[in-house]
Design a binder for this molecule. Structure first.
Ligand SMILES: [Zn+2]
Length: 364
């Protein structure tokens, strides 16, 4: 399975959100006509300034792409895997300062976070010339999202992952912070009295909450499809009770260990006790950048991640950042338009041109 996860609904929402002009994805007669109608409504004949504006509007998004920024939407994307933020740098933990340094590196080197959901739907809203990057946190440790009570007020711990990201966003407003938090059990982030508040807070503030099974299960040991569906469906039912309007549809395989054989299918979709799930992304543990979502090889049922830690033994994220410094042409660079897919001529063969939906392709 190599298609990227798109749906008519997702496309419809993208059009609604991005406004009228953005829905014009190519220069078919219909869309040209549409453009003209809009211009007649918004311009007056005897005003030269407004005519200039109309000329700009007449350009399709495809024509507006700035090729001097070397856009490459066939390039590779990094999905970073974090676990704990804590006192030491180890395989599964990094210090607050190491995490701040990671964000600083991303900011100064042209990376901008994008939500995993948007990425897998091909809704790349990353500004032109920048590289999307996806941040994930597994296990919902307290140090990911810690609340501190101070003088009767609740504060987000500035040394927790969420606090660090929000502080960073205040410093650099053009660095949108977003991340996916993979939870399990009924005590996400380990402050039982605040579980519901925290989950609601995350989705209200543009973060994703993802499924990491009900019991952080070793699915490799599952022997029936019911066991796999129980582990995933139970957590969906639990989260539905707290966030009735939120669809938790991305999944991280605990320990990165898949169940055997055909049971794998139930990582993608299934049903338990009348609660169904249909994942748009299934994430692995390790170990290299993912293909562009527009690459024919992209497989949303098995998305690799890169461990983000800062020890001598584990410097995978630093190694890959360095790799892209040396090989900038292999890195995904956004054209700035969700409805246009821009690729250099020599990368065109990677693209599944039959699977771009109503996006238009720009080759240069
Ligand atoms: Zn885990």
């Amino acid at each position: 399975m190599t298609r990227f996860k798109s749906s008519v609904l997702a496309i419809a929402i993208a059009i609604l959100l991005s406004g009228c002009n953005s829905s014009i994805t190519n220069s078919t007669p219909e869309s040209t006509l549409h453009t003209t109608v809009v211009e007649i409504e918004t311009t007056t004949e005897d005003n030269p300034i407004e005519e200039t504006t109309a000329d700009t509007d007449r350009l399709t998004d495809k024509e507006k792409v700035d090729l001097s920024l070397n856009p490459n939407e066939a390039g590779r994307v990094m999905v970073l895997m974090y676990h704990s933020i804590g006192e030491t740098d180890s395989a599964w933990e990094i210090t607050p300062d190491s995490f701040r340094a990671d964000l600083e590196y991303m900011y100064t080197n042209g990376y901008r976070p994008i939500s995993l959901s948007k990425y897998v739907k091909g809704q790349i809203d990353t500004p032109a010339g920048y590289t999307p990057i996806i941040l994930t946190f597994d296990d919902a440790n307290q140090n990911n999202f810690n609340l501190i009570e101070e003088n009767g007020e609740l504060l987000i711990d500035p040394d927790s992952a969420l606090g660090i990201m929000q502080e960073f966003n205040k410093k650099y407003e053009d660095f949108n912070v977003t991340a996916s938090f993979y939870i399990y059990g009924t005590n996400a982030f380990r402050q039982q009295q605040y579980v519901e508040y925290k989950l609601q807070y995350l989705v209200d503030n543009g973060f994703d909450v993802g499924n990491h099974t009900y019991g952080h299960a070793r699915l490799i040991e599952s022997t029936t499809s019911e066991e796999v569906q129980y582990q995933i469906g139970m957590l969906v039912a639990y989260v539905n009770g707290i966030l009735p309007d939120y669809e938790m549809n991305t999944f991280v395989i605990p320990y990165g260990q898949r169940p055997k054989g055909d049971l794998n299918d139930y990582l993608v979709s299934g049903e338990y006790n009348g609660v169904s799930y249909d994942h748009i992304a299934v994430l692995e543990v390790g170990s290299h950048p993912t293909y562009s979502v527009f690459d024919a090889r992209f497989d949303y049922t098995s998305i690799p991640r890169i461990r983000a830690s800062n020890t001598e033994e584990h410097q995978e994220s630093a190694d890959w950042f360095e790799y892209f410094e040396k090989n900038p042409h292999l890195r995904f660079v956004s054209d700035g338009f969700e409805n246009v897919v821009t690729v250099p001529q020599d990368m065109l063969e990677l693209i599944d041109t039959d699977d771009l939906g109503d996006k238009s392709l720009l080759v240069y």
